[in-house]
Structure formats: C-alpha cells, structure tokens
Design a binder for this molecule. Structure first.
Ligand SMILES: *[C@@H]1O[C@H](CO)[C@@H](O)[C@H](O)[C@H]1NC(C)=O
Ligand SMILES: *[C@@H]1O[C@H](CO)[C@@H](O)[C@H](O)[C@H]1NC(C)=O
Ligand SMILES: *[C@@H]1O[C@H](CO)[C@@H](O)[C@H](O)[C@H]1NC(C)=O
Ligand SMILES: *[C@@H]1O[C@H](CO)[C@@H](O)[C@H](O)[C@H]1NC(C)=O
Length: 280
C-alpha cells in the first residue's frame, strides 16, 4: 500500500513530494443496475473505519504443495511476483480471493494491518505501482478487525472505497487493465454481492508494466512498518497477467516472497498461489 516504495527505494524517496492529483472517473453496477455516481465513495486511505468480523472457511493446509519457485525475503511483501520483459508488457492483471480475517499479533504495535492486493510493477520497476485490494486492520488493543477495499497508483496516495464494505469470506475479483503506461481501469468486483466498481484513471505515474504481483503486504504506517496481524490463509485464484503477446503470465517461475517469521507464500499451480501467516 501507500508506503511500499519507501522500503524498496530506501530513505531517499520522499513520497509526499511525488504525490499529484490523479485524474480518475468511477462507475459501478449493483446486480447489473448502474449505481448513481454519488453513491460510490472514496476517501484517502487511513487506518480506521469500516467493520465486520464474520467467520470464514478454512483452506486445508495440505493444499500448500509445491515449492519449485525461487524464494526471496522482504520486509513487507509476502506473495508471488512474476516478470515479463518490457518488449512484451503486461496489459492486465487478475485475481480472485476471499477476504481474510485477521487477529492481533502479540508484541506488535498498533495499528496492525495485512493488505491483500494484486498489481503491476513496484518490484523491479520501483517508481510506480498500480494496485488494488483489501485490507484487514486492527487499530488498537480492542482487537476489533476492520476490512476495507482500496486502490492506489503509487507514488500517489491510496483510496479506500468506502461505499463497498467488506466482510470476511467475501469473494472479491480484481482486474486491472492498462490502456497505456499511464492509464488504466481498475475493476473491483464484489462477487458475493454482485456489485462492481470501475475506476478509470487517465493520468497515472509511468509504469513499465513488467512486474506482476499477488501479495499480502505488511503496510507502512507513517515511516515505520505497521504491526502485522495474523491473517487467514489467503489464496490468489485465477491469478494471471495478460501480456501484449503470447501466453499469460502466471505463478510458475514467479519469485515467492516471504517476510521472515511472519508470512510465507508458495505456488500451487500456474494460476493459484497462497500466502499464509507464520507460525502456522
Ligand atoms: C479501538 O478500535 C476500535 C475499532 O477500530 C474503535 O471502535 C474504538 O473506538 C477504538 N478505541 C480506542 C480507545 O481508540
Ligand atoms: C459486498 O457488498 C455488500 C453490500 O454492500 C457488503 O455487505 C459486502 O461486505 C461486500 N463485500 C465485498 C467483498 O465487497
Ligand atoms: C479488461 O480486459 C478484459 C480483456 O480484454 C475485458 O474482458 C474486461 O472487460 C476489461 N475490464 C475492464 C474493467 O476494462
Ligand atoms: C517458509 O519459507 C521458507 C523460505 O521459502 C521455507 O524455508 C520455510 O520452510 C517456510 N516455512 C513454513 C513454515 O512454511
């Protein structure tokens, strides 16, 4: 989320000096019927807001089978990151997942947050990252978890889609279609409720469109890492990126990032990957 590049680029990058006003439009449908624009609401992302804490089906641990991808550690990314040369750019990226619950991790400061997202760039291309996903947050020692939908074109700020509340276990589907290095549509679909929002951004920071990401992230809070709660095992399903030519980019051959002692990720097959909280 918002603070990721501060880590990737070190302390030289002052994010706020890069933040510009993005130009974007939104539209949406609910059960096939257009949602009046004024009912689709965004707010600058912050820790706090939204609600829900419903039980969620567990994924059998035995499904974590293969381990053939290269692995790498990160302070804040836990997931699969694949690459394509800029001679064959990513056109769009896609994934489904179920909104994971999270519980507070003893010894970590508040707020605690685990953000699940898919996006383009931010790994080998560090000056921009287009991403959208969900986040589970615990603001204080009351341990009440909150869930939000959000999108961000880093280094611009993140936006919470406040008009789309999340519940644990809801299926979300995210498709980000780029129409150039600086324009894209983000489709955030609430499968469980048949509600979708489409955000069209016409002037974003320049992407290279070479990194495909399916990640659970420990976000930054200000200049420090937020506490990282324990979270329900999260499957990225139907995870693929469409490229300008040739086969879709999937999970096989991706680098599996882990956050030491906190989160591991692994591939299942070319279109399914999992991130899970440690210790299991
Ligand atoms: C703790 O967080 C919960 C959920 O975010 C909030 O409702 C409550 O007001 C907070 N309490 C304090 C003391 O900040
Ligand atoms: C879908 O929308 C419904 C109704 O607004 C809400 O209750 C639910 O939590 C939402 N789920 C997701 C994943 O957006
Ligand atoms: C994204 O592109 C796919 C494939 O071209 C298309 O099916 C889908 O409708 C597009 N979504 C958006 C939000 O533009
Ligand atoms: C976590 O990932 C590391 C590196 O991929 C691996 O060596 C370790 O066995 C994993 N631990 C668990 C509990 O899955």
């Amino acid at each position: 989320m918002r603070w990721i590049l501060a880590l990737l680029l070190g302390s030289v990058l002052l994010l706020s000096s890069f933040a510009t006003a993005l130009q974007y439009e939104v539209s949406g449908t609910r059960k096939g019927v257009p949602i009046p624009k004024e009912q689709i609401k965004f707010a600058p992302y912050q820790f706090g807001r939204s609600k829900n804490n419903n039980p969620r089906a567990e994924v059998p641990k035995s499904m974590r089978i293969k381990r053939g991808n290269p692995t790498s550690s990160s302070a804040n990314w836990c997931g699969a990151v694949n690459h394509t040369p800029t001679s064959n750019k990513i056109k769009s990226i896609h994934a489904f997942w179920q909104v994971p619950g999270c519980t507070k991790r003893t010894g970590h400061t508040y707020p605690q947050g685990a953000a699940v997202w898919t996006g383009i760039d931010g790994n080998t291309w560090t000056s921009a990252l287009l991403q959208s996903g969900t986040v589970c947050k615990i603001d204080n020692s009351t341990a009440v978890a909150r869930h939000e939908a959000w999108w961000q074109w880093v280094p611009d700020v993140a936006y919470t889609i406040t008009s789309m509340p999340l519940a644990i276990g809801d299926w979300v589907e995210i498709t980000i279609n780029t129409t150039s290095d600086t324009s894209a549509t983000i489709k955030f679909d609430n499968i469980s409720q048949d509600e979708q929002n489409i955000i069209t951004v016409v002037s974003g920071p320049t992407l290279a469109r070479k990194d495909a990401d399916w990640v659970v992230e420990r976000p930054y809070f200000g200049s420090s890492l937020a506490g990282f709660p324990k979270f329900d095992t999260t499957w990225f399903e139907d995870a693929y990126a469409v490229r300008q030519t040739g086969a879709n980019l999937g999970i096989l051959g991706a680098t599996q990032y882990h956050i030491p002692s906190l989160c591991n990720s692994t591939e299942y097959d070319n279109f399914n990957a999992v991130s899970y909280s440690l210790p299991v």
